[in-house]
Write a protein that binds this ligand. Sequence first.
Ligand code: ADP
Ligand code: G6P
Length: 462
Amino acid sequence: MGRVVVVSNRLADPRKPAAGGLAVALGETLNATGGLWFGWSGKIVEASEGGTPGEGELHLQQAGNVKLATVDLSRDDHDSYYLGYSNRVLWPVFHYRLDLADFNTSHLAGYRRVNQLFARKLMPLLRSDDVIWVHDYHLIPLAAELRAMGCANRIGFFLHIPLPPPLMLAALPGHEWLIRALFAYDLVGLQSEADTMHFARYVQAEAGAEELGNDHYRAFNRTVRVSAFPIGIDVDEFSRLAEGKEARETYETMREQYSRRRLLIGIDRLDYSKGLPQRIRAFQELLASYPENHRSATLIQIASPTRESVDAYADIRHELEHLCGQINGDYGELDWMPVRYIHRTVARKRLPGLCRVGRVALVTPLRDGMNLVAKEYIAAQDPADPGVLVLSRFAGAAEQLREALLVNPYDVQGTAQAIQQALQMPLEERQARHSKLLERIRLHDVHWWRRAFLDALAQTPT
Ligand code: ADP
Ligand code: G6P
């Protein structure tokens, strides 16, 4: 197999704490394989800085084994491609939030323009035997643009977020064009079996696609394979991090500070898909229904800032701040605050310490492609005395992590009961569940994911 070329909107900067499953997983993958990583530089060029709008400058940089090639975006392109179509349209619709989608069709032109720009800049950097791996919802039409420029390489696509059911997809401006663009790939990877089922039903109903068997579909004169490749984490690396100085320091300090408290933790980007208000309400319900938790249970919720120029994100931030203030006002004591809400990104080296000190982790998204925090929590536990994972049945991870306590995050009372069950779970049951979960995340870790996807891509006919 030739060189692997990864294309994604955002590249990981190894010098900064990375927040976002894509950045974390690909950083590890590219280090292991070497290759070229192409994407947005993170820089926005204002009109006053000159240059042709939409024609971003290309930057080339060597980072260890990996060559990084990035382009700048003009303010207009960034606003319509990234903030507009990607995050005001695709993100909410793909997370089943039609109510939050901005159906203004003007974003679509910028989305197409940036995908064309990426294809134009990438094309001269390609070798004929490169295998191209495109990531996530920002870049769905990239292969179609590359093919239009004559690119005959194998091209794979992985969608890190959920693919919604056909009727929900049909609410999307440009949905026919978008799904047709997927047929320009040789392989499309999705996170879960539910997602692949949605794809099959959509293309049969809306595109008259023929199902050829073995996950192959034919439409628009092309054949594409669409399969589930649930993304994993690097379990060994995360467990090693848990033994490191920073993680141990975090663990010891917090254990001392909260010596008599039962700690619950939540670690997320501050995204409306993560179900944070519902989680806080479930914790409130726990305190109301099980008073033995007063002065004892404490929820530490770390939420990293994300996409703040999109209104829905500012709204969720205010809602969360209000709810945390309310619960602390209603239940707090001079020496006990029920909720510690921190609007920040935690340094990656400290994260396993935080995971390990939490007796219970609350991973309760309303919808999530996979959710890597659930897997990181399992990897960070001490197998002799592990904590309990309370996991939303609507996270892609729930298809694999059956031994977690699965909840419906909309059901606040049911979630509160599950939290209580987690807090009271006997050691033996915690160990039995944890060892099963650990086995599962080891079997399907990030290395398995990369190999399975790239092997399947290599086997597709050209
Ligand atoms: P998403 O991709 O939607 O952000 P995931 O749970 O799949 O959700 O991946 C999130 C990644 O970012 C995980 O590796 C997690 O550890 C990291 N992360 C999320 N929130 C924070 C935070 N507040 N501080 C530090 N790391 C975070
Ligand atoms: C999710 C998406 C990624 C994205 C990340 C952070 O993990 O699947 O594509 O990079 O969130 O979001 P941001 O908008 O900051 O890139």
